[in-house]
Every structure is written in structure tokens, then in C-alpha cells.
Design a protein around this ligand. Structure first.
Ligand code: SAH
Length: 273
């Protein structure tokens, strides 16, 4: 019918009722480029950087984590400064980076986890209260068992002049090396091996810290502990479902052992993988 013709002109509906409709943001001259976002995301992933707006690179989330640690009794200024300086989100998968400053353990692959910041801080605070560390104001010659992703190693690098870190799983040993190289962390020696035998070439150690828990403290660690040195290791406790942090000091009168808080760490395993 001829009477329908004017209505047909109004279809489809116009975005603007005016005669000069505003051009949508994508035009023939200036097309939208959704793929540019993907391109940007790939670059961010390669840099291990979470998209801007989360503030992870600017440190406020780290500062909040440090404030929490301080309120939990962590008191050594250099230890708090190390937590403020080391970007934990650079040690975990990009998809987990948003959780990096929560007090939580996170998976790092091969069934292993990066320990909670509060637990790492407690272990390192125990080390700082050892005789040699208290006297020197730093952790001295330090041995870490269980490098994992290398986060605690990066903290140790700021707290000790010499750091040796042993990891039994080759892929994690390599991942830690990549993580530490990417951040330019100097002066740590990463070893692929079974940490239960310690690392005799650099012994004795002022500080020994384990990130995996066994049934007992290996004899080799005690043998490699310096006089005045302190060892902190999660260890299974008879009568306790989980583990507890065990602290051992080597004093002129022999080894002195105390038991700290209960914890849950991945198992200290034998051999390498
Ligand atoms: N502090 C680490 C935590 C890693 S979890 C981090 O910041 O990521 C503990 C690590 O101990 C795991 O990577 C596990 O493979 C390692 N481990 C377990 N038994 C070991 C052993 N006998 N020698 C060396 N590393 C061991």
C-alpha cells in the first residue's frame, strides 16, 4: 500500500533524532580494533604485569601486606623492607597475580605452593632472632631448602650476603632462575639437588631455612649449622596432625631446640625430579 512508504523511511530506527547523526566510534576511516586489546594483553602477560588499575606495580597492595605483617608482630625493619620491595605477583602465574598480596599460599605447578606471606615472615623473623643474625644485623651465610618459584629466595637475597637455595624439581629450579633473572636479583646460588643433604661446599651456615617439612630434621643440616647459627624447619610432630616450625640453635653447649607455631608445608621429599 502506498500509505506505508513514509514509515519505511524511519526503519531502521536512527541513533539520533537530529538530521546529522553522530558517527559511531568505529567508522570506515577509524575502525575499532578489538584485536589491539588482545595484542596488549599478550604484551602484559609476557611482562607478567597485571593490567593497569590494580596498582600491583605501584606497591600499595604490598604496603598493605607489610602493614598486616607488622601488626602480626614482624618487627625487623630490613625484613619488612624486603617484603615491601619484592614483587610477589611476579613469582606466580599471571592469572593468580590478583591474589598475590593476600595472605594465602598459591600453586606454582607440579603440586607445589608458594607459602603464605605470614608464614614466610614468621620463619625469617625466627632466623633474625638467632645469635649470629642478631649480632650481625643480617642473616649471614644462608641455606634455603625448597627454592620453589624463588620468592623467598628473592627476600633472602636482600637479607643475607650469601644465599644458597636448593630445589629438587628441575622445572621449578629453572622457573626460579628465570624469575630471579627477570628481576635482576644478584648474589644467589641456585642448586638443583636433594636438599636433605644440605650443601657442604658453602657450609657452615649462619641461617638454614626449609620450605618443605619432613619427619625429622636431617642430620646434614645440623652438621652444616655454624656455631651461633639457627635453623628453622617445618617438622612433623608426634601427636599433632600437621607440622610445627622447629627452631634449632647451635650453641657452645650443643644444639638447643624449641618448637614454634603449627604450620602446613608441602612434604620434604627424597631424590630429585
Ligand atoms: N619458598 C618457596 C616454597 C616452595 S614449596 C617459594 O617461595 O616458592 C617447597 C619446595 O620444596 C617445593 O618446590 C618442593 O619441590 C621443594 N622440595 C621438597 N623436598 C625437597 C628436597 N628434598 N630438596 C629440595 N627441595 C625440596
Amino acid at each position: 500500500m502506498t500509505g506505508d512508504a513514509p514509515r519505511a523511511k524511519r526503519f531502521p530506527a536512527q541513533w539520533s533524532s537530529g538530521s546529522r547523526a553522530t558517527a559511531p566510534s568505529g567508522t570506515a576511516r577509524n575502525p575499532l580494533r578489538p584485536q589491539a586489546l588482545l595484542h596488549q594483553a599478550a604484551q602484559d602477560a609476557a611482562r607478567h604485569v597485571v593490567p593497569t588499575g590494580l596498582g600491583l606495580d605501584n606497591g600499595p597492595m604490598r604496603e598493605r601486606m607489610v602493614a598486616r605483617l607488622r601488626s602480626e608482630g614482624i618487627s625487623t625493619p630490613s625484613l619488612l623492607a624486603a617484603f615491601a620491595a619484592v614483587p610477589r605477583h611476579r613469582f606466580v602465574d599471571t592469572a593468580l597475580a590478583i591474589q598475590a598480596y593476600e595472605d594465602t599460599s598459591l600453586p606454582i605447578g607440579l603440586g607445589q605452593t608458594i607459602s603464605k606471606p605470614s608464614v614466610v615472615a614468621r620463619q625469617l623473623q625466627w632466623l633474625f632472632d638467632g645469635a649470629n643474625a642478631s649480632r650481625q644485623g643480617h642473616l649471614g651465610r644462608t641455606l634455603e631448602i625448597g627454592t620453589g618459584c624463588g620468592y623467598q629466595t628473592a627476600l633472602l637475597a636482600r637479607l643475607a650476603p650469601t644465599v644458597i637455595s636448593i630445589e629438587r624439581l628441575q622445572p621449578l629450579h629453572q622457573m626460579a632462575r628465570r624469575n630471579l633473572d627477570a628481576l635482576g636479583v644478584p648474589g644467589v646460588r641456585l642448586v638443583h639437588g636433594d636438599g636433605r643433604v644440605g650443601h657442604p661446599p658453602n657450609a657452615p651456615y649462619d641461617s638454614i631455612v626449609a620450605a618443605a617439612g619432613g619427619e625429622a630434621i636431617p642430620e646434614a643440616w645440623l652438621a652444616q649449622l655454624a656455631l651461633g647459627g639457627r635453623l628453622v624447619a617445618p617438622t612433623a610432630m608426634p601427636g599433632l596432625a600437621g607440622q610445627a616450625l622447629v627452631i634449632v640453635d647451635r650453641t657452645p653447649d650443643g644444639f638447643v631446640r624449641q618448637v614454634g607455631e603449627s604450620v602446613t608445608f608441602v612434604p620434604l621429599k627424597s631424590g630429585i625430579g
